[in-house]
Design a protein around this ligand. Structure first.
Ligand SMILES: [Zn+2]
Length: 72
């Protein structure tokens, strides 16, 4: 089973599902799960977020390529 590392309030938790957004730790950007930039990143540099707010709180900015949308 695949395990995703999810950022939640400053901690990394592991989950079998990836949440809504994928981030790249080296670039501090986040985007859609299908973002090509994200998928090119090394596995150890990938991080996932359950919500838009989590990504912002972690200091990440939206990817300009895939333009993730905030989902309320
Ligand atoms: Zn992107």
């Amino acid at each position: 089973m695949k395990i995703y590392r999810i950022w939640k309030h400053g901690k990394i938790v592991e989950s079998p599902s990836p949440g809504l957004f994928a981030g790249i730790t080296t670039m501090k950007i986040f985007g859609r799960l299908t973002c090509k930039s994200g998928m090119r990143a090394k596995k150890e540099h990938r991080i996932f977020f359950l919500t838009w707010e989590d990504a912002i709180e972690a200091g990440y900015r939206p990817c300009k390529n895939c333009k993730p949308e905030k989902i309320d």
